[in-house]
Design a protein around this ligand. Sequence first.
Ligand code: PHB
Length: 390
Amino acid sequence: MKRFVLAAVAAVALGGAAYADIIKVGVIGPFSGPFALQGKNFKAGIDAYMAVNGKKVGNDEVEVIYRDLPAADPAQSKSLAQELVVKGKVQYLAGFYFTPDAMAVTPILKQANVPMVIFNAATSAIVTKSPLVVRTSFTTWQTSTPIAKVAFDAGVKKVISVVSDYGPGVDAENAFKAGFEKQGGQVVQAIRMPLSTNDFSPIMQRIKDSGAQGVFAFLPSGPTTLGFVKAYNENGLKTAGIKLFAPGDLTQESDLPALGDAALGMQTTFHYSVSHDSPENKAFVAAAGKAIGNPAELTFPAVGAFDGMHVIYKMIEATGGKQDAQKAVDAVKDLSWVSPRGPVTIDAESRHITQNIYLREVAKGDDGKYYNKEIQTFEKQGDPGLAAAK
Ligand code: PHB
């Protein structure tokens, strides 16, 4: 006992830099190519967190290693993750913009003894693939369920659904349909488009021909969503009175200048708006705006990354910097904090984030800048998709 105490005192006395370990975090995301802005937001969120909270947790120093994955490419995602774990000696894997990229890495976590903190990928089932997955973003079930009520309350009874044909799109389609039919509405047709679709005119024609009063749409944020909303306007659907309902992926802030007045009034439901009015968000926007360089480029993956780093710091603290993936994950179960998006908790059972979902409307500020104005709050939403994912 005495010897232990003496050793501990000696370690503290000698401590500091000499005894510090470097804890490596491997972040996989789209840092080049058409979705590079989304990856740039991962980095801005990470940089903002480390600028505000420092690079040290206890005596350990956190180092982030980035790997570029420009598009959804599960095989490449897995090989980058393996390389990060084996050669890079990372203790944490994080990032993951697209669902297939996150899915492909879940089988290696246990053997690698590495937790995965998802900053974006939004298909409900991912968390069920390994007990070592924690998610700080959202699911499309979580964001698409409330918009079904909004659509019905707006007097729309017949909707056509249009989604990208992969995990989060299928989840969004199912979530909207379940919510809308519960209200008494009807989904008259459900279109699934290949992820690679970039000519939306034929889809717009099918929407017009369907006789629906409204369209529900999900596509992953990026050039795809910008193209879809533009096509909706340019093909005369908006002027024809066919209302567009969507989760907030379709009106991410960085796209609003390019959409211009055409997006004004568009309603979406989402977990984060850059305009969210809270001291935590003001501090976040200041730090992340500085990190990204051009604050007009800030959008939601930055907050997923910022909160993801919070979770990783808590994991490092709880394990004293030792590599113990299960202990790290257990330490953040039930963890609550005030995120820039509002109050959040990591649900102990699902390891997915419980959060408010906001109804927002695209508005133009006095400064002439477009923003998502929060107009209603759906409080403390868990993931309704988990039952479906099991
Ligand atoms: C996903 O692939 O899970 C994903 C990507 C972008 C989004 C939402 C979901 O905006």
